[in-house]
Design a protein around this ligand. Structure first.
Ligand code: AP5
Ligand code: MG
Length: 215
């Protein structure tokens, strides 16, 4: 099964992705996570992407498309499929991915859209904390770690993403409305979209996601 998870900044894509990967044995491909890892490793790609990401703007399509293509071509273990988190998020990316997947086993089986009012997102992104080692996602109020500042899973310290500011969130929301909403309509027309109410406690959202994927 090849899954695509979409939704605005902080809608809960990463949180659900961790659970999906564990239950459905798929490769998690988060373009945001890949860019952040390239940035922290100081690579050429990381340097190219950094200024866009810090401001909340989308990284140009050519860079993102070729990164995903390279990543998919070099997957050592194909597992039971993949989960695309945060890609495609422009119409150009969706078309590039269609071209790449045509006639292969890469076609998307289902598109999960994490639906949430934009007003809720500010609280979500400003309260988010991430493990710098294993990437586990926490929230200071809705999903705190047991010991403040430390990861429950591996004990490493937690950090805040550089783009998790109100200023960057405004830009990310605008990018979502202008560039990503048309992608949602594109997959809607293909009959692939399952909308999930993401404005519920994490366990309830997960129950709905599991139900959609089990069908
Ligand atoms: P990316 O990393 O994809 O960021 P995003 O889309 O802004 O989404 P987030 O990761 O911020 O949120 P999320 O939906 O994963 O929420 P999470 O589960 O963490 O992209 C970052 C940047 O990279 C982009 O701005 C762009 O520059 C670049 N980029 C990436 N992909 C690109 C592409 N395809 N093309 C071009 N550029 C690209 O949850 C958020 C918080 O809420 C957490 O604290 C969590 O604990 C909490 N939470 C989650 N669910 C719930 C719940 N149900 N109830 C209460 N709290 C919850
Ligand atoms: Mg994420």
């Amino acid at each position: 099964m090849n899954i695509l998870i979409m939704g605005g900044p902080g809608a809960g894509k990463g949180t659900m992705s961790a659970k999906i990967v564990e239950k459905f044995n798929v490769n998690h491909i988060s373009t945001g996570d890949i860019f952040r890892s390239e940035i922290s490793n100081g690579t050429k790609l990381g340097l190219e992407a950094k200024s866009y990401i810090d401001e909340g703007k989308l990284v140009p399509d050519e860079i993102t498309n070729s990164m995903v293509k390279h990543y998919l071509e070099n997957l050592k273990d194909k597992k039971s499929g993949f989960l695309l988190d945060g890609y495609p998020r422009t119409l150009d990316q969706a078309k590039a991915f269609d071209a790449l997947s045509a006639g292969t086993d890469l076609a998307i089986s289902i598109v999960l859209v994490m639906d949430i009012p934009f007003e809720v997102l500010a609280q979500r992104v400003t309260g988010r904390r991430l493990c710098k080692e294993c990437g586990a996602i926490y929230h200071i109020e809705s999903n705190p770690s047991k010991q403040e500042g430390l990861c429950d899973k591996c004990g490493a310290s937690l950090y805040q993403r550089k783009d998790d500011t109100i200023e960057s969130l405004q830009v990310r929301l605008q990018e979502y409305q202008n560039q990503t909403q048309p992608v949602l309509d594109y997959y809607e027309k293909k009959g692939l979209v399952q909308t999930i109410d993401s404005n519920q406690p994490i366990e309830k959202v997960w129950a709905d996601v599991e139900k959609a994927l089990d069908q």
